[in-house]
Design a protein around this ligand. Structure first.
Ligand SMILES: O=C(O)CCC(=O)C(=O)O
Length: 263
């Protein structure tokens, strides 16, 4: 698509993100491939866990285990929307499996994401600056419904200076919150959130898995070298097979590869 058309088609999403703190873009992964991508993600989690148990959990980046899924991470509509908020140069900071098993029970655990997660060492201190410093995307590989664990979100909280994990804020991250709603969407859709927005996983009383991957995008200047699973590397040969526009997002994790994209 032409740049002008892309910007125009991203406009409603950007506006919703700015005003409400979240939006859902549909059909990011086309309907004819989403089943194969879901299967790859579901079956590879066991391989990832086995590999990490044997070699160490910071050894290999999750994305190395899901090349079919990786192909979609630079989707034009999605990246155009994200770049309007984070600026033109973005990288992926974190990638994690988010598969909720059938009959998964959970008390809410409201939080904001990196770099605003007050339970992590590496967080910005309150009051958060009025700036978007992270975008969280939840890739729905099975349909998200209110019956199978669609993510809880509290619209507009991206501009609230309090936080569910703020010790002085008296909100309580385990409580139902006024205005909360569950994000829903068909398989292949992506929930995009300003990482400040208060959100939580939800119970899955259904008999099926709720399959998703969380991918967080950061501006180029944000320090991502924080130790942990998300600094795990991608083997060079795996990285070489990523599409060029996806390489840009993961080059900082490529093993034995000279940086080219950012030079
Ligand atoms: O899996 C979900 O629905 C929410 C995940 C979440 O809260 C997170 O990744 O920060």
């Amino acid at each position: 698509m032409e740049t002008d058309n892309l910007l125009e088609s991203a406009e409603p999403y950007v506006t919703q993100l700015q005003e409400e703190g979240w939006c859902v873009i549909e059909d990011v992964i086309p309907a004819n491939v989403v089943d194969a991508v879901r299967e790859e993600v579901e079956t590879s989690e066991a391989d990832y866990n086995a590999f990490s148990k044997e070699h160490g959990r910071w050894e290999r980046n999750v994305i190395s285990f899901m090349p079919k899924f990786a192909e979609h991470l630079a989707n034009e509509r999605l990246l155009t929307t994200i770049r309007q908020l984070l600026g033109p140069q973005v990288r992926i900071s974190q990638t994690e499996y988010k598969i909720r098993p059938p009959h998964y029970e959970l008390v809410r655990a409201y939080h904001s994401d990196f770099p605003y997660d007050l339970n992590q060492k590496w967080h910005i201190t309150q009051p958060f600056p009025s700036a978007v410093i992270g975008i969280t995307t939840l890739w729905m590989l099975s349909e998200f419904t209110t019956e199978n664990g669609g993510t809880w979100i509290v619209p507009k909280t991206h501009i609230d200076l309090r936080n569910p994990r703020g010790k002085e804020d008296g909100i309580g991250d385990r409580n139902p919150l006024d205005g909360e709603m569950q994000a829903i969407g068909s398989a292949g859709s992506v929930l995009i959130m300003d990482s400040r927005i208060w959100h939580s996983n939800a119970e899955n009383p259904s008999a099926g898995k709720r399959t998703a991957v969380v991918v967080r995008y950061a501006p180029w200047w944000l320090n991502l070298e924080l130790f942990g699973v998300n600094t795990a590397t991608v083997p060079g040969e795996t990285f070489d097979n990523f599409p060029e526009d996806v390489k840009v997002l993961y080059e900082h994790r490529a093993e034995n590869r000279e940086p080219t994209v950012w030079l």
